[in-house]
Design a protein around this ligand. Structure first.
Ligand code: GDP
Length: 427
């Protein structure tokens, strides 16, 4: 089956199983520097229809395409520079791709970025595997209990070895993991991936891999490997998921695809398993199945428990991801960017509405919500409101990063998302 980008998106939708009740995902990408985070982000925006053209920048070893100039680097840097970029994937799914500072550790910026995402993609280089900063970002994800998928990138490079990377993921990061896709061919011969659950081959055609060609009959050279990968996935899941373990014992390996999907989802959200996807962002291979997985396996905001602190004692209380509840929202990033001074806000509870009155919990100041926007790759969209689970940006707001905004009802409850106590001076 050969299909266009539009048809491929729809096919992705049909393939997407067991979708969460709310069609929203707030996710980030974390990686050791140079693993291809920027390239992957750009491909994601392209396949989601947010940018029309991919800037082809030559890989270090000459693999890849045409030009490599400062101008191009600058241009593509700007494309994905927003703290949160809004995009759609499959019919009706809204994703916010949140920028994470990545390799710096234990800073308040990292804390806030980790806090506002509900899931993440860890990118590993297919040649270098787990590197020093992969350990740093792994530590952050654990600390903030962020469920994650892993993408093994650069499998077109000489010396790429996805099995070794999977081994390192389990040994160095102590993560039970298994392939959900593995590459067809390696290095120069890389041309597609095998979907391990469905036992299908996916080839990425067209200039930018935007046309998927899905084949149900695997080449005979791949059949054995694909069956083995499926068994391994089932065994790993049976080890970490009791319900699935029982099913597996009863039926041996004849477990329905739907059941495997459900078990992957449960185990990923419980952070007891990491699904691993393969490909090459630069060569446009393997990215769409990864985006399908963001929707299928990472949690929606409704499935994530968030907490606020209450009153002087700063007692921890759970928030309801309910649009009708009192407003609790966090200003997580101030950006002086190409659109001017913007404040990025995540709404945890209630609804933020343009023109309504809100309160800054730290200063006690009251203010009217100014212009509300969503950021796309290279443009901006005005919106009237942002409900629980949503991320938006506001213009012309006088506040600091980390401030909590609430409404009249929330003010009575004295809820805040970050401590407003002044730290004791260190003597
Ligand atoms: P970041 O530092 O993680 O954001 O990495 P970049 O996306 O800037 O990529 C670093 C370098 O690796 C650039 O020269 C990319 O062109 C190159 N690169 C990224 N993905 C791939 C890939 O899949 N294969 C190859 N061969 N090079 C890649």
């Amino acid at each position: 089956v050969q299909m266009s980008l539009e048809a491929a998106r729809e096919a992705s939708e049909e393939r997407g199983l067991e979708q969460a009740p709310i069609a929203r995902r707030n996710f980030g990408i974390a990686a050791h520097i140079d693993s291809g985070k920027t390239t992957l982000s750009e491909r994601i925006l392209f396949y989601a229809g947010r940018i029309r053209k991919i800037h082809e920048v030559r890989g270090k070893d000459g693999v890849g395409a045409t030009m490599d100039s400062m101008e191009l680097e600058r241009e593509r840097g700007i494309t994905i520079a927003s703290a949160a970029t809004y995009l759609n994937w499959q019919r009706g799914f809204h994703l916010n791709l949140i920028d994470t500072p990545g390799h710096v550790d234990f800073t308040i910026e990292v804390e806030r970025a980790m806090r506002v995402l509900d899931g993440a993609i860890l990118v590993l280089c297919g040649v270098s595997g787990v590197q020093s900063q992969s350990l740093t970002v792994d530590r952050q994800m654990r600390r903030y209990r962020v469920p994650r998928l892993t993408f093994v990138n650069k499998l077109d490079r000489q010396g790429a070895n996805p099995e070794r990377v999977l081994q390192q993921l389990m040994e160095k990061l102590h993560q039970p993991a298994a392939f959900l896709t593995f590459p067809i061919g390696l290095e120069r011969d890389l041309c597609g991936v095998v979907d391990v659950i469905r036992q299908q081959a996916i080839y990425f055609d067209g200039g930018y891999g935007e046309q998927l060609r899905i084949e149900d009959n695997l080449p005979s050279s791949l059949q054995h490997k694909a069956e083995q990968a499926r068994r391994l996935l089932i065994e790993r899941l049976a080890n970490v998921d009791e319900r699935f373990g029982d099913l597996f014992i009863e039926q041996e390996y004849r477990v329905p695809d739907e059941e495997i999907h459900r078990a992957v989802r449960r185990a990923t959200i419980a952070r007891s398993f990491t699904p691993v996807f393969c490909g090459s962002a630069l060569r446009n291979i393997g990215v769409q199945p990864l985006l399908d997985a963001v929707v299928s396996y990472l949690p929606s905001p409704v499935e994530v428990r968030s907490f606020a602190m209450q009153g002087e004692a700063e007692q921890r209380i759970p928030l309801e991801p309910d649009a009708g509840a009192p407003l609790v929202s966090l200003a997580f990033k101030l950006e002086d960017g190409r659109f001017g001074q913007l404040t990025y806000v995540r709404v945890y509870q209630g609804t933020l509405r343009r023109g309504e009155t809100v309160y800054n919990v730290r200063t006690g100041k009251r203010l009217r919500v100014p212009r509300l926007v969503r950021l796309h790759a290279d443009q901006m969209e005005d919106i009237q409101e942002a409900a629980a689970g949503d991320i938006c940006a506001m213009f012309g707001l006088d506040c600091a990063s980390g401030d909590t905004f609430t409404d009249e009802r929330g003010l009575e409850k004295r809820l805040t998302l970050e401590s407003i106590r002044v730290p004791e001076p260190v003597i």
